[in-house]
Design a protein around this ligand. Structure first.
Ligand code: NAD
Length: 480
């Protein structure tokens, strides 16, 4: 805990923020910038929450390295051979720790400059205006915070599967896996969502033989199948096996390995793995903060419901980030955090973003925003879809990566952009332009007539729009 000597007496706060992940620290900092006196409560010794300490950021550092390995291997086919990589796991860990350390110490500095008081401990409500902060270390006391307003940003946790030996250190969640205590020879990844796919990519790059099991019949369920196909093709060649429509029926901890049995049409015979990574979703932490003592309603999924101003059912208590439900994304949390802080500071604002983009930082990356094709079908929206193949992009060919495509979903009536999807390296960077276009109400003509630099992957966005306009000259002429 910092900010002594506060353990003994009650601390007063104009604004209490519970949780210092991207949602919590953003809310605290924005409110402080608007003149509020802020107390920020966090159980970890550093700020940044799961995302910065044990999630988004360390995983991206490792994904960067595993992409290097894959690229070096692929270069052999184009005339440059590097040989087998030699992996120094201690150096890898310290690179990852440096990246995280840099950011968390930066945040501590930002909190200090804003005079945000940080209290370390587990926070739980004791009343509508009172929170107790219980010690994490045994030598610290308990502190009570009396607050006028509160923002709950207490995040989420990995879902555990019943009957899995989660106490065995070889059964990992994403936090355990990112510790990189060893590189397993054979790894089973349970869950073909974003976390499962990203972690499979990391461990494959580091030399593990990966088997991936997904309960539903597609990787990244819910994402348009044409965006997932190029990813599937590449990982098919890399992983030992990908089992769709399959369930892990049991994991038995044996001395030398984890014995796993499968259920489903393609189920294999029981097999042994050195480690199992479980990435089957996250659960909101609403059930861990005694919210009922403050009168805040929490549903049976641990989710706290909020209105467009991020207000819970208790008017002076707000909530942001994973704890208010899907999508559980840091960039959604930070946006909501600013709304909550500004409303508390008296501004008339609300969460009115037209879309929250998603990115799977796999190889290739998959990114999407706005209306998907499947949404359009379900909602009966008349759309026109155009898709520009990266095989016709000079830049993608030069990168040796022509498997991608850039897809626009346009309103059938007037060509207005309703949604988009990109698959290919750097798709996560390309999607932002399309988010801005959607927010500004752009149509295909606006995008096609905005000059994009040549030769870039971003050109594929303009070319997809030209395809819609019938003005494209980089593909066959439109049929007359
Ligand atoms: P997810 O819900 O995205 O994926 C979980 C997958 O596991 C699903 O495809 C589901 O069908 C499958 N599954 C469920 N039970 C299973 C079982 N018993 N056996 C096999 N498969 C099973 O969840 P996640 O990947 O764990 O991610 C959690 C959250 O974190 C998500 O909200 C995600 O958006 C977020 N996240 C985002 C990023 C990013 O933006 N790049 C990265 C990491 C996490």
């Amino acid at each position: 805990m910092t900010g002594e000597p506060t353990r003994a007496e009650a601390v007063r706060a104009e604004l209490l923020v519970l949780g210092a992940g991207p949602g919590g620290y953003t809310a605290a900092f924005r409110a402080a910038d608007l003149g509020k006196q802020v107390v920020l409560v966090e159980r970890y010794p550093t700020l940044g929450g799961v995302c910065l300490n044990v999630g988004c950021i360390p995983s991206k550092a490792l994904l960067h390295l595993s992409a290097l390995v894959a690229e070096a291997k692929a270069a052999a086919a184009h005339g440059i051979e590097f040989g087998e990589p030699r992996i120094d796991i201690a150096k890898l860990r310290s690179f990852k720790a440096d990246v995280v350390g840099n950011l968390t110490s930066g945040l501590a500095g930002l909190a200090k400059r804003r005079k945000v008081q940080v209290l370390r401990g587990n926070g739980r409500f004791e009343g509508p205006n009172r929170l107790v902060v219980e010690p994490v270390e045994s030598d610290e006391g308990t502190v009570t915070v009396e607050f006028e307003h509160a923002i709950i940003a207490a995040g989420s946790r990995s879902v555990e599967l019943a009957d899995f030996p989660h106490d065995d250190e070889r059964v990992m969640d994403s936090t355990d896996a990112l510790e990189l205590s060893e590189i397993p020879e054979r790894l089973l990844v349970v869950g073909g969502g974003i976390i499962g796919l990203e972690m499979a990519s990391v461990f494959h790059g580091l030399g593990s033989k990966v088997t991936l099991v997904e309960l539903l019949d597609q990787l990244l369920p819910g994402v348009d199948p044409d965006l997932v196909k190029p990813l599937r093709k590449i990982v098919d060649g890399r992983y030992e096996r990908i089992l769709l429509g399959t369930k892990v029926s049991a994991v038995k901890a044996r001395k030398r390995a984890l014995r796993v049995t499968f259920e489903g049409p393609d189920a294999l015979a029981a097999d042994d793995f050195d480690r199992v990574l479980v990435a089957v979703g996250r659960r909101a932490n609403g059930d861990r903060i005694d919210a009922e003592a403050a009168g805040v309603a929490v549903d049976d999924r641990g989710v706290v419901s909020v209105d467009a101003q991020q207000r819970t059912n208790v008017p002076h208590i707000f909530a942001v980030g994973d704890i208010v439900g899907e999508p559980m994304l840091a960039h959604k949390a930070t946006h909501e955090a600013k709304v909550a802080a500004e409303v508390i500071a008296g501004r008339k604002v609300a969460f009115d973003a037209r879309t929250i983009p998603s990115v799977a930082y796999t190889d290739p990356e998959v990114a999407w925003m706005g209306l998907s094709e499947s949404d359009a079908k379900q909602q009966g929206v008349e759309i026109r879809k155009v898709s520009f193949p990266w095989a016709a992009s000079g830049r993608a060919l030069g990168n040796g990566r022509s498997e991608g495509h850039t897809k626009l979903i346009l309103a059938a009536a007037d060509g207005r952009l309703l949604g988009a999807g990109v698959v290919g390296p750097h798709a996560g960077e390309l999607i932002s332009e399309l988010v801005v276009a959607l927010e500004l109400g752009a149509d295909a003509e606006d995008i096609a007539l905005s000059i994009h630099p040549h030769p870039t992957l971003s050109e594929t966005v303009a070319m997809a729009a030209e395809l819609a306009q019938g003005t494209i000259t980089d593909l066959m002429p439109p049929r007359r």
